[in-house]
Write a protein of this length. Structure first.
Length: 73
């Protein structure tokens, strides 16, 4: 579905595919939420409203992925 949402947002889908996506979005609450999240993220990125993560985030993520310290950093 993510490729279809991207195509829908970029207005790049064939007419019948676009109609299918719109119908699915009408019927599927989970996909509507996903579409809304993607639309919000794109708008925030276009406006420059997203700030980079704190420096500690990378090491925290790596520590959770590789609890024994065998990370790649």
């Amino acid at each position: 579905m993510s490729e279809l949402v991207t195509g829908h947002m970029e207005r790049a889908l064939p007419v019948m595919t676009e109609a299918s996506v719109l119908l699915h979005l009408l019927l599927c609450p989970a996909c509507r939420r996903y579409f809304a999240q993607m639309r919000t993220m794109v708008r925030m990125l276009q406006r420059g409203q997203m700030s980079p993560p704190a420096r500690q985030v990378e090491s925290d993520v790596l520590a959770r992925l590789f609890p024994g310290g065998e990370n790649l950093s």
